[in-house]
Design a protein around this ligand. Structure first.
Ligand SMILES: [Fe+2]
Length: 189
């Protein structure tokens, strides 16, 4: 009998300061608290959208001993690197970016991968998060070979044409580089 999983349902994250984290996730990121279990300490949250039947997608729980708790994993440490939250459009991504900045959140990097635009930041507890707009062509780009090209972008840079239609002569080794030459800085460049 094959295993038949449905989808990834929720992320559970431990936090040093549950009240501070609740404030961050509800007031800055717009999550909605669906359930709180005062005995257990858990806070179950959803994105508060009507177009889904998901009960909860993100859970917070306090560490047992906040004063002695270790920080979130570093780069060279096994564990979850980040949790990524999708937006439906590039406009939503820009709005999210402006919203984060106006709420005092530091966005560390804006990176265009060949199939998506991503921004990376940390929550109030140091857990790494990403918000990203995945191009509608993403799955097809993976199949055709997207190449491993990451660029720093700004919101003034137009979304690349292959986000909506992949050209017949798509060549990941040259297309992305050619398009971005002079318009978008390469990582570290
Ligand atoms: Fe990611």
């Amino acid at each position: 009998m094959p295993i038949n999983l449905s989808r990834i349902g929720h992320a559970a994250v431990r936090v040093r300061d549950i009240e501070r984290a609740k404030k961050f996730y509800t007031e800055v990121l717009g999550f909605v608290i669906e359930e709180e279990d005062p005995e257990h300490g858990g806070v179950f949250m959803s994105l508060g959208r009507d177009d889904t039947h998901e009960g909860h997608v993100f859970d917070l729980s306090p560490v047992e001993d906040p004063d002695n708790a270790l920080d979130a994993p570093e780069r060279n440490q096994v564990g979850v690197a980040h949790i990524a939250i999708k937006v439906d459009s590039h406009d939503d991504m820009k709005d999210a970016y402006d919203h984060l900045l106006s709420n005092g959140v530091t966005v560390d990097r804006l990176v265009e991968h060949a199939n998506q635009r991503s921004m990376y930041f940390a929550d109030s507890e140091g857990n790494r998060l990403e918000i990203y707009f995945e191009f509608p062509t993403s799955k097809e780009l993976f199949k055709r070979g997207r190449g491993d090209r990451d660029f720093v972008f700004t919101f003034e840079d137009p979304v690349p044409p292959w986000a909506t239609e992949i050209p017949a002569d798509w060549d990941p080794d040259t297309t992305v580089d050619r398009y971005h030459r002079g318009t978008v800085r390469t990582m570290g460049g």
